[in-house]
Design a protein around this ligand. Structure first.
Ligand code: LLP
Length: 418
């Protein structure tokens, strides 16, 4: 759900909000997030399942607390995300830990917190987990992340399930882990995990990956290995370009998973990120100026690649529209930010009603991988983030002040030897 009509989001007037809080401003609709959660939960009705929100998509603790209030846990990839999730009230038994590079320190923190499950991505990690769990006198619950060698048909930088990608292990390797699992005194290896990529717009790649995972689960069951859970990852795509992107229906996606894993008696885990928050968020920004170049018109915004990196990193399309009514003649612009790089471009050759300095615009579908990937490049303080809910708003991140931006930095006045 995006803003419709285009001057309001979740009953809050966007012009007034921008006037009050300034721009660039991330705005998240709590109702839209709840709706997305409910659409998955409804389709999962009657199953033993847990949705663990991929924190990397939007790590704001206000958003995480909303997830928790709806019974959603967290999929984390770092100790920082563990800390945020727990600060937001998400209990450890609702937290799963993914990632190829969990450090020893991070593993220890997650063990001490008592998280639900480690999604283990390499043999070295498995042995490290065993050693650290033993040294802490605890038992780690673990799933092996399977790399099913499936093409998710998405942007290569966000595809993760092909053999050439760094993620997970082959089924052959996983088979050896299970065969030797009794040697693991402090790791309870009783789960499978698979995540093939992100912004997936068709069910085919899911079906293919799940088919392989299901065959492996059945083979393990036949060998007497009972699995407590299968984690099917995230990846569900959203609409970035109206009329062009056709996301999969959530109910069809869940039906596909249920069908592929029919007969599985353990728990189903899901790790959606983008699906839950992407379309629920917009980035509000004002036009700073219009520049008529030799060859192109440039619309220069006060948001930039440091606020929303996706267009410059992945050539990602985001719909961009004026907020409110603008009946000026259609004009074609390159829409850019103020950062000193050509890559600081949100859109090339995009046609909009003619804009003037000070006009408020919104960049759609900015709730996922927007604020969480932002930086202060060009010494641009982090944008504010606000949640809107049924006509009211709550700031969930203050706009960074210069003092916050340099916190921890110091002049090299005091030199020491190691
Ligand atoms: N689980 C694992 C193990 C993951 O690596 C990811 C995302 C997810 C779940 C959540 O995937 P989602 O449901 O959001 O597609 N920055 C990129 C996306 C990177 C995704 C990384 N992994 C972007 O802006 O498109």
């Amino acid at each position: 759900m995006t803003a419709s009509p285009h001057h309001q989001l979740d009953g809050v007037d966007l012009d007034a909000l921008a006037a009050r809080l300034g721009t660039p401003l991330y705005v998240y609709s709590a109702s839209a997030i709840r709706q997305r959660i409910q659409s998955l939960q409804a389709a999962l009705h009657g199953t033993d399942s847990l949705i663990c929100f991929a924190v990397k998509a939007n790590s704001n603790r206000g958003v995480l607390a909303l997830m928790h209030a709806q019974g959603v846990g967290a999929d984390i990839v770092s100790a920082g995300e563990l800390w945020r999730a727990m600060q937001a009230g998400i209990p450890p038994e609702h937290i799963v830990f993914s990632g190829v590079g969990k450090s020893e320190q991070e593993i220890v923190e997650a063990l001490d917190a008592g998280i639900l499950r480690f999604n283990v991505e390499s043999h070295d990690e498995l042995l490290t987990l065993q050693r650290l769990a033993q040294s802490r006198g605890t038992t780690a619950r673990a799933a092996v992340r399977i790399n099913p060698d499936v093409d998710a048909q998405t942007h290569e930088k966000i595809s993760t399930g092909k053999a050439e990608n760094k993620f997970g292990v082959s089924i052959d390797e996983a088979r050896r882990w299970f065969a030797a699992r009794h040697a693991l005194s402090h790791v309870q290896l009783d789960g499978l995990h698979v995540h093939i990529g992100s912004q997936i717009l068709s069910l085919g790649p899911y079906r293919e990956a799940l088919k392989r995972v299901a065959a492996f689960w059945r083979e393990l069951a036949a060998g007497g290995h009972v699995l407590a859970s299968i984690d099917v990852g995230g990846g569900l795509g959203v609409c970035y370009r109206e009329g062009h992107d056709h996301p999969v229906d959530a109910a069809d996606y869940i039906a596909t998973v249920r069908e592929a894993l029919a007969g599985f008696e353990g728990r189903l885990l899901f790790e959606p990120g983008r699906y839950l928050v992407g379309e629920a968020g917009v980035l509000l920004t004002r036009a700073i100026r219009v520049k008529h170049g030799e060859e192109r018109n440039f619309l220069v915004l006060d948001a930039a690649m440091n606020d929303l990196a996706r267009p410059s990193l992945y050539d990602a399309w985001h719909d961009i529209a004026p907020v409110g009514s603008n009946t000026h003649p259609a004009t074609t612009y390159d829409i850019v930010g103020p950062v000193c790089e050509t890559g600081d471009t949100f859109a090339r050759g995009r046609t909009l009603p003619a804009c003037s300095p000070g006009d408020l615009l919104m960049i759609h579908t900015a709730g996922a991988y927007g604020a969480s990937m932002s930086s202060t490049y060009n010494s641009r303080p982090l944008a504010a983030e606000v949640m809107v809910d049924d006509g009211r708003y709550a700031v969930v991140r203050q706009r960074q002040r210069f003092e916050d931006m340099v916190a921890g930095e110091q002049l090299a006045g005091h030199w020491e030897s190691v």
